[in-house]
Design a binder for this molecule. Structure first.
Ligand code: ADP
Ligand code: MG
Length: 700
């Protein structure tokens, strides 16, 4: 079939070489198909016309007006030249103004002719105007009866300079979708289309670019969103399928002496039911003959580390080494200390490898690792270096995955000829829709229960006027033998400023709680790793009472005697970060407190974040609000996922479509793993196509 859709855009009416060139470079649009894949991001209802007398109510809003234009005059000269005219209807008049192309506008405006003017109403020095309105002559350029939903396309500054405007794109796509030569190839199986009563691909594209009514637009959007999410999920599931078909998993059949010994003699507490269930899930994975790729979701303090530790013992029982990768050096150190202590009685050798391990130590360590003398290796990204070779690596645990990209995970798989099992742990929970989108190729386990006897942390919001009382409260807690975290926001891109703010923060706090009566640890990004570790240890061992820190303590740090977390400038922190920080307390038997200090006034968003923190300690609920407030694109870890390529879907709002899409993708692959059946031909064709990607970075 000759592909009319491959027609180059320069052959379309209204697109000269210059405009085609601009569309090529700015948006990657070369062909008719590309143009149709450049979706509008919203539609305007152009059937609505506002009487001019009402325009003040629409200040800063785009509206459409109808009237005749009374030519006006030029003001200023050269670059400062502008042209004003007046638009008048039966109810009143408004000024139209042009700063560019004034001459041309002035010449082309026809008096006594009815125009439609479209633009943003602006208040300027006590009167209202529209700058650079879009003008159309009624009758010649447009019939009033044609007006309706008009698509609005993402555009770039570069395009606007080349006179490629929304009007042109709307006109082109309308012209294309109404031309039968350019019908689209169906890319969903017929069964799915029937089941959901979707329009065909051709109709959907037509109705998206040129809807006749809201119903058409709605049905088109539903289908195209489904399609987008269906392919995203299908790719995740295919990746998982390929992995399972291509690679054999290590089979860990034994629950041996290490696991049993530890479990029976040294386990410091009874596992929660949720921990037991998750360990069972991991055990089943590890003996299934397939490589485990599992995401472990659990709230702060739910005991993910113990699950990891027990899984590592299982690997050892089957003759394999493990490694654990943490996002920061501090956290890696903490894990190394904790796990070394825990496993000491079993005679196991645990080692730490980070960026600051000395060359000499590193060499000795690498040698012992490859000999199999080190059983468990703990560290940071430094573990990913190519020269870090194990004798037999059986399990990789990635802690607090948020900061770990998909690509990095892939590098790990390549260590050794047989792929190790992989367990990824989230720092805080993420909503199901986000998990499906980011980690759709992983199986998911959830620890949905905190260890017994945890008292919910009491969280309050305070401001400057309460400072003295807050400080009194800290004194009381310290007098009871408790310890306090005091956190200041990291000032991005400026370690120097961050340090300054930390120091002045320390001055403020120590004015109330003076040393040497009160003892301090100071932790910030400018310290060397060894210095950080020293400050941390002083606090951990109880030598210091107050830990003043930037967010370096955000994840994972565990000091059960600390019972108060004060966060300064709370409004500067994101929700999941606040939840992580708060999770540093409430780890012991005592009642813990979190005091959120903030400035005033707060933005609506900042207020909502603080209110959410005060209202709930449920990490899953907090994750939901976080996603709602920030949107998926701004969350950590989303950069490398397909989530940013979504053109229509918003996983905050389209959960039901996402779930349906996932389930259909699963069904397709279950029935036809390689998608070779004739009914799945539309899928095959789609997968072979390189998708048109919107170049978001350029869009203004
Ligand atoms: P996270 O899931 O945030 O990584 P951790 O693994 O650091 O949580 O565990 C938090 C604290 O709870 C640690 O001090 C740990 O020893 C303790 N803990 C873990 N599981 C249990 C349990 N079943 N009962 C009591 N305490 C537990
Ligand atoms: Mg942890």
């Amino acid at each position: 079939m000759p592909e009319a859709l491959d027609t180059k855009i320069e052959f379309l009416k209204g697109v000269g070489p210059a405009k085609a060139q601009a569309l090529n470079t700015e948006l990657g649009i070369f062909t008719v198909a590309d143009l149709l894949s450049h979706y509008p991001f919203r539609h305007e209802d152009r059937s609505k016309i506002i009487p001019i007398i009402q325009t003040p109510e629409y200040t800063d809003i785009y509206v459409q007006l109808k009237g005749t234009i009374i030519p006006g005059e030029f003001q200023g000269t050269g670059a400062a030249m502008r042209y004003t005219a007046t638009l008048r209807d039966e109810t009143g008049q408004i000024e139209l103004i042009w700063f560019q192309g004034a001459k041309w506008i002035a010449e082309s405006i026809k008096s006594k002719t009815p125009y439609l003017a479209y633009g943003k109403i602006q208040a300027y020095r006590g009167h209202f105007n529209i700058a650079h309105p879009e003008l159309q002559i009624i009758g010649v350029e447009i019939q009033l009866s044609q007006l309706g939903l008009t698509p609005v396309y993402p555009l770039t500054e570069g395009l606007k300079r080349k006179k490629v405007e929304n009007k042109l794109l709307a006109k082109l796509s309308k012209q294309i979708v109404e031309d039968a030569r350019f019908s689209m190839r169906e890319n969903l199986p017929a069964a799915i289309i029937r089941k959901f009563n979707f329009p065909t691909k051709t109709d959907a594209i037509k109705w998206l670019h040129a809807p006749k009514n809201p119903t058409e637009l709605d049905r088109a959007t539903q289908r195209l969103k489904f399609e987008e999410l269906f392919y995203l999920q299908l790719r995740h599931l295919q990746l998982k399928g390929t992995r399972n078909r291509t690679y054999k998993g290590l089979i860990f059949e034994n629950v041996g002496a290490y696991f049993m010994d530890y479990y029976q003699k040294y386990l410091p507490f009874e596992l929660t039911d949720a921990q037991k269930r998750v360990i069972k899930e991991i055990r089943l994975d590890m003996k299934s003959g397939k490589q485990m790729n599992r995401l472990l979701q659990g709230d702060v303090g739910s005991g993910k580390t113990m699950v990891a530790q027990l899984s590592m013992l299982l690997a050892l029982d089957n003759g394999y080494q493990s490694c654990l990768i943490a996002p920061t050096e501090i956290l890696a150190q903490q894990h190394a200390i904790g796990i070394t202590e825990a496993l000491e009685p079993l005679g196991l050798r645990v080692a730490l490898l980070t960026g600051s391990t000395t060359k000499k130590n590193r060499n000795t360590l690498l040698e012992a690792l490859v000999q199999g003398e080190i059983h468990i290796l703990i560290g940071t990204h430094a573990l990913l270096e190519d020269d870090v070779q194990f004798k037999q690596l059986g399990l990789v645990v990635i802690d607090e995955q948020h900061r770990f990209g998909v690509a990095q995970r892939a590098r790990l798989w390549k260590k050794g000829t047989v792929l190790p099992h992989v367990l990824v742990m989230t720092a805080t929970p993420i909503p199901r829709t986000l998990a499906m989108t980011l980690y759709g190729d992983l199986d998911v386990s959830v620890i949905d229960q905190l260890p017994k006897g945890r008292k919910p942390i009491i969280t309050v919001h305070r401001n400057e006027s309460n400072r003295a009382l807050v400080m009194e409260f800290l004194k009381e807690e310290i007098a009871k033998g408790r310890q306090v975290y005091y956190v200041f926001p990291l000032i991005e891109d400026s370690p120097k400023l961050a340090l300054q703010s930390l120091m002045s923060g320390y001055d403020t706090v120590s004015a109330y709680l003076p040393p040497p009566t009160y003892t301090y640890s100071l932790l910030h990004g400018r310290l060397k790793p060894a210095e950080k570790e020293l400050e941390m240890q002083k606090f951990k061992s109880g030598k210091t009472q107050i830990m003043i820190a930037t967010t370096v303590i955000e994840v994972g740090v565990n000091v059960p005697n600390a019972s108060v977390m004060v966060i300064e400038n709370t409004e500067r922190f994101g929700l999941s970060q606040l939840h992580q920080l708060r999770g540093r307390v409430g780890r012991g038997a005592e009642q813990s407190f979190c005091i959120l200090m903030s400035g005033y006034p707060l933005s609506a968003n900042g207020k909502k974040r603080i209110q959410t923190m005060v209202r709930t300690t449920d990490g899953f609920e907090i994750a939901r609000v976080d996603l709602e407030l920030r949107g998926p694109g701004e969350l950590d870890g989303t950069k490398q996922s397909g989530i940013l390529d979504l053109k229509l879907s918003d996983i905050r709002k389209d959960e039901s479509i996402l779930i349906a899409a996932r389930s259909e993708a699963e069904k397709c692959l279950q029935q036809d793993e390689l998608l070779v059946l004739p009914e799945n031909a539309p899928i095959q064709l789609e997968l072979q196509k390189t998708p048109h990607r919107t170049i978001w970075s350029k869009i203004s």
